[in-house]
Design a protein around this ligand. Structure first.
Ligand SMILES: *[C@@H]1O[C@H](CO)[C@@H](O)[C@H](O)[C@H]1NC(C)=O
Ligand SMILES: *[C@@H]1O[C@H](CO)[C@@H](O)[C@H](O)[C@H]1NC(C)=O
Ligand SMILES: *[C@@H]1O[C@H](CO)[C@@H](O)[C@H](O)[C@H]1NC(C)=O
Ligand SMILES: *[C@@H]1O[C@H](CO)[C@@H](O)[C@H](O)[C@H]1NC(C)=O
Ligand SMILES: *[C@@H]1O[C@H](CO)[C@@H](O)[C@H](O)[C@H]1NC(C)=O
Ligand SMILES: *[C@@H]1O[C@H](CO)[C@@H](O)[C@H](O)[C@H]1NC(C)=O
Ligand SMILES: *[C@@H]1O[C@H](CO)[C@@H](O)[C@H](O)[C@H]1NC(C)=O
Length: 766
């Protein structure tokens, strides 16, 4: 720690200029293991900015090269022959500087859905003097344990490579690296004498690995996870890890968390086995996972083996940072403070036994359960020394835990925006919170060591992530009015942003993207993705809230401004990827909100005994979903076909495997479990899913409602329909296509003609 204090003193001379003083933070100096060079940055430029290969930029590593540095710093300046020189304390510092240059000088940005890199001028803009920047925290964290199932489940290396480049540009230096860990687990359990069948009843299916890893579920339905998948994922992981290391990032690896196949008794006949809690209504064979208590000797033996085998498989390398979650949505066997403390102590001891430099990262998600009182949290955290733990404050923008626990009683923690559940797509953000709270937290806590994003699913509300990813490089709260206008300049190109578009975004900023109501539910879920019912769908608050946090009419106004902004048939906005994506997204949300109103009329008519009215509203409800599907079909980011195709590609043409992977892909986004255990949690507003799942489901409901309502008969029919859908094959029925259909602009105009009068009527718009 003395060394760190000196490092801090040196740094503090630089940081006195900053509005947010940098307090002393726990710093970690972990060997990365690969030689670091700027070649990796040149490679990124070659991939993403092919018109600006080696000749345009000079990159230099500068200063003491501690990777990761306590604070990354960069400078940007003009060099000879119209080149731009970027110096940085690490490859990630350099890529962060490059991104700053691209965003603030070239006025382009990159997102999950698109980028405008192709529009960077060939002659690079010069900078004024020397531009410098630096991170205000050591760690910039990325990914959630469940993102690996909800979003990246089917990614190949090409897609990962794109993501890693985006991570590098956005300054992320601590990503979770969880792909392929079943390969390690399998080797470990085999080394204890378990056979393939023992292990395959334990490992999860390709679309559900996250929850097996967390100890929530075990096994795979309807058949065990095939070996090819486990092997192929491991090959993928080796490539991912190599790339992350080449950038000098610190990947977070898995470690043993106590969950074991039942057959572990073969190796330890006298082990004191317990069972983790029963999770989410799963049938017993898929949950209540067998577990070993951390203080039992077997826990340490298995942990040591796990870390050893993992290190061997990585050719002798480890990052030393391990994620272990003991009680994720699982009640501990006892809340006795001594029990809690001894369980964390056991995990810590086992990690240190397997790797003397181990640092334990735990997700703070569990603490949102009301039974985690401060006293219990304190007891749990007391089991391991402060310097060996990092806690992820996982939902900091809505429900911070750090500020009610005295900064986790001194444990280093990372402030994370969670924002999204299950990849649900409602338009939603709390921009003003993001623009300020991470800095306030940094200012007022002595143990905050990082900032990050921990969304369950990617690909929504890109504006929120763009802002959050800037915060580790900011030293003053951001003025969101100004920032949003600069954001749209980068997103569409400043020359394309007219007054209408600027006004649309200013309106969105004040309403849709500024939750003032505070439902604490993150992204708002649409009711049409839920199983139709007579009640209980509308105005839900809390988790998976369906209550809008803004006036639906404001969104309609913004949508009209979008339409007007690109009204000219020659508008270059119409052909721009980012504009089309946003326009589809906005239209989707306008129709989603309208659905809620139409549904209200349907229920009212039916309750009032007006079957003709009910029929009218019922037909409109079903019709609206047809329009919805048509709009979504015009952009490649909203297609069910892509999700299924990406899953099936892994089968290399083997029809049995294709069928299994397609089942997994379909099951996760609908029934989520063999029998709908958490049905519709990870629902998606995708073309194909709307037309073949949600729309028919609502048709069944409406048909029952307008004839004689018989709840039992309705449930029977809808359940049968849901089950049948699981095992279908995409592409076998008419209209099931893999590609984009229709031109966004034409389709929106067409459906606009149909729905404008309805919008006017139901919202009473003059
Ligand atoms: C750089 O300097 C020029 C000329 O003084 C000025 O117009 C421009 O706004 C400056 N750019 C930035 C990013 O400060
Ligand atoms: C078995 O584990 C439980 C906790 O999971 C503990 O309470 C109990 O004392 C253990 N029994 C033995 C014999 O170690
Ligand atoms: C922690 O911060 C949140 C968000 O700003 C706030 O709602 C909550 O009241 C704070 N809790 C405490 C104990 O200060
Ligand atoms: C940080 O704390 C200082 C002193 O308490 C205060 O003056 C400053 O405004 C704070 N900055 C932020 C961003 O909260
Ligand atoms: C943010 O910027 C806008 C536009 O420049 C300005 O009107 C507003 O007062 C600023 N807000 C704050 C809180 O400084
Ligand atoms: C839902 O909330 C909105 C806004 O408060 C209200 O106007 C509407 O009547 C509510 N709908 C239902 C079905 O409760
Ligand atoms: C409701 O439907 C169930 C199942 O189809 C049927 O057994 C039952 O007789 C029906 N009830 C009435 C009152 O029609």
């Amino acid at each position: 720690m003395v060394f760190l204090q000196i490092a801090f003193l040196l740094l503090s001379t630089v940081t006195t200029l900053w509005a947010v003083p940098i307090r002393q933070q726990n710093a970690y100096n972990l060997p990365n293991g690969l030689p670091i060079s700027v070649d990796i940055v040149h490679d990124l430029v070659k991939r993403r900015l092919p018109q600006h290969t080696h000749s345009s930029f000079i990159f230099e590593l500068a200063g003491p090269q501690i990777v990761p540095a306590l604070h990354d710093t960069y400078t940007i300046s003009n060099a000879h022959d119209e080149k731009i020189l970027i110096r940085g304390s690490s490859p990630i510092a350099i890529t962060s500087g490059l991104n700053h240059y691209l965003k603030y000088y070239c006025k382009v940005d990159s997102y999950w859905s698109s980028n405008r890199f192709a529009e960077i001028p060939i002659t690079l803009p010069r900078v004024n003097g020397t531009v410098s920047g630096g991170s205000n925290v050591q760690w910039r964290y990325y990914l959630n344990v469940v993102t690996f199932s909800y979003s990246t489940a089917w990614w190949n290396f090409e897609r990962w490579e794109q993501e890693i480049d985006w991570m590098a540009l956005n300054g992320i230096n601590m990503p979770l690296a969880f792909v392929g860990q079943e390969y390690v687990a399998q080797k470990v359990f085999k080394s204890f004498g378990l056979n393939d069948i023992d292990i395959s009843t334990f490992l999860g299916g390709p679309a559900f690995l996250a929850w097996q890893r967390l100890g929530n579920i075990q096994g795979s339905w309807p058949v065990p996870c095939p070996q090819f998948w486990i092997d192929a994922q491991w090959v993928l992981q080796r490539r991912i890890i190599h790339r992350l290391r080449s950038f000098g990032m610190t990947p977070v690896l898995p470690a043993f968390a106590g969950f074991v196949p039942e057959a572990i008794t073969k190796a330890f006949p006298n082990a004191n086995l317990t069972h983790a809690a029963h999770w989410a209504n799963f049938p017993p064979q898929f949950t209540s996972v067998t577990a070993i208590y951390p203080l039992d000797p077997e826990f340490l033996i298995i942990q040591r083996r796990y870390l050893h085998v993992q290190r061997l498989l990585y050719g002798g390398w480890t990052s030393h940072i391990y994620n272990v979650d003991l009680y994720n949505e699982l009640k501990p066997a006892s809340f006795d403070p001594e029990y809690l403390k001894s369980s964390t102590h056991g995990v810590w001891k086992s990690l240190k036994a397997g790797d003397s430099k181990a640092i334990w990262m735990m997700q703070g998600w569990l603490f949102h359960a009301s039974y985690w009182t401060n006293e219990r949290i304190a007891a749990l955290l007391a089991g391991a020394p402060d310097e060996d733990v990092i806690v992820l404050d996982l939902y900091s923008e809505e429900k911070p835990v750090w500020n009610r626990t005295d900064s986790y009683y001194g444990k280093p923690f990372i402030w994370n925006m969670l924002h999204d559940f299950g990849g649900n797509q409602g338009l939603y953000a709390k921009l003003q919170v993001i623009a300020k709270d991470p800095l306030v937290a940094l200012n007022s806590s002595n143990s905050m060591v990082g900032m990050g994003i921990t969304m369950e699913g990617l690909n929504t509300n890109e504006i929120a992530y763009a802002l959050m990813l800037e915060m580790p490089w900011r030293h003053r709260p951001v003025n969101t009015t100004e920032w949003v206008q600069a954001f749209i300049g980068r997103r569409y190109g400043t020359e394309r942003v007219n007054n209408k578009l600027a006004a649309a975004w200013e309106l969105l900023r004040r309403t849709v993207y500024e939750n003032k109501g505070g439902t604490n539910g993150g992204v708002v879920k649409s009711i049409y993705e839920l199983r139709p019912a007579l009640q209980g769908l509308v105005n839900r608050t809390g988790k998976h809230s369906t209550a809008l946090t803004y006036d639906a009419r404001d969104l309609i106004d913004a949508w009209h401004l979008f339409l007007a902004a690109a009204a000219s048939p020659t508008s270059t906005l119409r052909t721009l990827d980012s504009f089309r994506y946003d326009f589809v997204d906005l239209t989707r949300q306008v129709l989603t909100n309208l659905f809620v109103v139409l549904y209200g009329h349907l229920i009212l008519a039916s309750r009032s005994g007006l079957p003709d009215h009910a029929r009218k509203w019922g037909d409109l409800v079903v019709d609206l979903l047809a329009s919805m599907d048509e709009v979504l079909a015009t952009d490649k980011h909203f297609l069910l076909g892509t999700w299924i195709a990406d899953a099936r590609k892994w089968a290399n043409g083997d029809p049995e495997l294709e069928k299994f992977l397609e089942y997994q892909a379909r099951n996760q986004i609908t029934l989520w479990g063999p029998d709908g255990e958490i049905s519709d949690y990870a629902s998606k507003q995708w073309s194909g899913l709307v037309s073949t799942y949600y729309q028919p489901r609502w048709r069944i409901f409406v048909n029952h409602l307008v004839t004689e309502w018989n709840h039992t008969a309705y449930l029977e029919e809808v359940t049968q329909f849901e089950y049948r859908w699981q095992t279908q094959t995409w592409g076998e029925r008419e209209g099931e296509v893999w590609e984009v259909v229709g031109d966004t602009w034409e389709v929106v105009q067409k459906i606009g003609e149909k729905w404008e009068p309805v919008l006017k009527e139901v919202y009473d718009i003059k």
